[in-house]
Each structure stands twice: as C-alpha cells, then as structure tokens.
Design a protein around this ligand. Structure first.
Ligand code: NDP
Length: 323
C-alpha cells in the first residue's frame, strides 16, 4: 500500500510517498481502509521536529473509513463497520492503518468519512476547550484566534450556540467574511488591527473572559493583554511558533490571570472520555448546530502540498487527504 514516510525532520520536502507492507491487526487493534485522512497542524510539528518523534516514521493522527480486520479481543468493532480515530498512532497518512480499538470511535450514519476526518480531532478539541478547559457561559466574551481555521470554525459555531459573545481573530478580510457567516459577533483582522486594543474596545475596557489561542508565539502578548481580571489564557497551539517561556509574575501583573496549556490527549485519555467527547461532537454536527464545511481535498501523494498550504495560512476550515 501507499504510505507517507519521513526519514528526517524538516520542511515539507522531507515527505515521501512509499510502497510499504499493509498493516495487520494485532491484539486489541482494528485495521481501517481509510477513505479520508485528516491533516492537522500537529502533523507539521511532527514533521519539523518541534514535537520530536522516532524516525523514520509515518505522519498523521486522524482518519476514517471501513474496518477490514479485527484483532484478537476486540468486541466493539466488526469487519464492515465505519470507524474513525484522531489520536494516532502516528502513520494515518496511508491507505490503511492499524489502530487500537480503544482509541477508535464508531462514525454515525449521516456523517461521511470525509466529514469525520475533517472534524474529529479539530471538533473534539473545540469541545474540550469550550466545555471543559474553560466552560463557557452565555454572555461571556471569548476571543478565538485563527477563527477561520479548522479548530476555529468549529469553535466559533459551538461558542455561539453556548451563548457566548465571540470575538473572532483572523489574518485577512476574506477569512473575516467566513467567520461572520458562522455567527461571530466581532471580527478582528490581525493583519492590520491591534488585537488587545480592539478586544478592550469591544468589552468596554473590561477585557475578555477567555482567550483560546492556538497561534502561540505571535499572539502571546495579545492574549495576556486582552483578558479581564481572573481571565483564562488557554494556550493550545503553536501555529506561529511556540509561546515563549514567561515569569509567573506576569499573570499577577495582568490581573491574577489563569494560564493553561492543554492537549486533546489528556482530555480524551480514557476510552470513556474519548467516546463521550466524540458523541457530543457528532451530536452537534447531526443537529446542525456545528456545520462542517466541505474540507479541502488533496491526494495522498500531495501531502507535502497540503502542509505547505496549511503553514502558509492559505487554508480555511479543514484539509483531508484522499488515499
Ligand atoms: P488551522 O486551520 O487553524 O491553521 C492555522 C491557522 O493559524 C492559520 O490558518 C492562520 O490563520 C493562523 N496563523 C497565525 N499565524 C500563523 C503563522 N505564523 N503560521 C501559520 N499559521 C498562522 O490549523 P488547525 O485547526 O489544525 O490547528 C489550529 C491550532 O490548534 C494549531 O496551533 C494546532 O496545533 C492547535 N491544536 C491543538 C490541540 C490541542 O489539544 N492542544 C489539538 C488540535 C489543534 P490566520 O491567517 O487567520 O491567522
């Protein structure tokens, strides 16, 4: 089968598509013939070495398709089921992938493989951020960075459904139109606006209750400066590079702020937490509360181009590879 492999860390050019042996289901595993593979920013961190992985390696944590083999001891899945996964093991950029059944979820009728691969990792992230890391309440001001991106588009819609006042930060006017259409109350275009200053204006000088910041380095100061006393700085990603090290005293100086650096893996660390998170996501998708835009599709062989476009801020919504 065809699979993406990297043998060194680096730019998108380290991505190679190779012929490798098809996987077999070990005990507790299922093999999925993938119809769609999710592309996530974390895949670029694995590729560059920002998050070191053992090399040579495959890439990718997320996929959806048909179960074609079931390993010993697996009871929750049978051959022919549709299944998805979004927490690895690394190597999802391939025609088939062997996954621990405990890390896989059943995909409901009515959710296509493409929509599942476009929404599981990003949607479960939006879910834990908004409902567990800082449980948003109606009327609270929430700053959502990279709001037109994969996680961002889902988070904007879900936060609106909760009743929050959404301040969406985007990098261009075109992306601003997208988040307005999704219901964002306020849009800040970071290409020419001062994020913290605009948040202060919007919140009558008070600041926001929470900043959900997956951009990292470039928005670190803006997130610190846009919060009200006791506000929550949720630093969950590094799209522009990692957030800097800082003195805890800065949180005191800015108003006894809270800071957390969460990961999806912690919030879905047991099969029960994973399934609960997935069920909630698929429920809001089924009810039309969160609409998943048709993902931008790339052939598996064009995985490097998908990474280039994602890193160049050219994309909106989700990207999937088609094997
Ligand atoms: P996105 O589709 O959101 O793409 C990243 C976006 O970040 C870009 O489109 C761009 O939007 C913005 N951005 C700002 N500055 C830069 C820069 N210098 N380089 C690249 N992008 C920049 O990606 P994902 O939805 O896959 O992920 C969003 C973030 O969430 C990532 O940081 C990712 O690592 C993180 N994440 C964290 C998880 C966790 O559990 N901790 C789980 C899942 C994702 P714009 O042009 O509008 O500024």
């Amino acid at each position: 089968m065809k699979a993406v492999r990297i043998s060194e860390a680096g730019g998108p050019d380290v991505i190679r598509v190779e012929d490798v042996a098809a996987p077999a289901a070990g005990p507790g595993e299922i093999v999925i013939r993938q119809r769609a593979i999710g592309v996530n920013f974390i895949d670029t961190y694995h590729r560059t070495g920002l998050y070191p992985i053992a090399l040579p390696s495959g890439l990718g944590l997320e996929g959806a398709g048909d179960v074609i083999e079931v390993g010993a001891g697996v009871e929750r899945f049978k051959v022919g089921d549709r299944a998805g996964f979004c927490s690895g093991p690394i190597g999802a950029y391939a025609e088939m992938h062997a996954v621990p059944a405990a890390r896989a979820v059943k995909i409901p009728e009515g959710v296509s493989d493409g929509i599942a691969a476009a929404s599981m990792l990003k949607g479960m992230t939006a879910r834990y951020l908004l409902k567990r890391t800082f449980p948003l309440k109606p009327g609270e001001f929430a700053v959502i960075h990279a709001a037109a991106g994969g996680v961002g588009q889902i988070a904007v819609q879900w936060a609106k459904h909760i009743g929050a006042v959404v301040i969406a930060v985007v990098g261009s006017a075109a992306k601003g139109e997208i988040v307005k259409a999704l219901g964002a109350d306020h849009v800040i275009d970071s290409s020419h606006e001062d994020i913290a200053k605009r948040v202060r204006e919007i919140t009558s000088g008070e600041g926001a209750h929470v900043s959900y910041d997956g951009v990292g380095k470039d928005t670190f100061n803006a997130s610190l400066d846009c919060l009200r006393p006791l506000g929550m700085f949720v630093s969950f990603g590094n799209a522009s590079g990692p957030a800097p090290a800082f003195e805890p005293g800065i949180l005191a100086a800015k108003g006894s702020l809270f800071f957390t650096r969460p990961t999806l893996f912690t919030y879905t660390r047991t099969p029960e937490l994973l399934q609960e998170t997935a069920d909630d996501l698929f429920d809001v998708i089924a009810k039309g509360i969160v609409k998943i835009a048709a993902p931008t599709r790339y052939a598996l062989a064009d995985a490097a181009q998908a990474h280039r476009d994602l890193e160049a801020r050219k994309t909106t919504g989700s990207l999937v590879l088609t094997p």
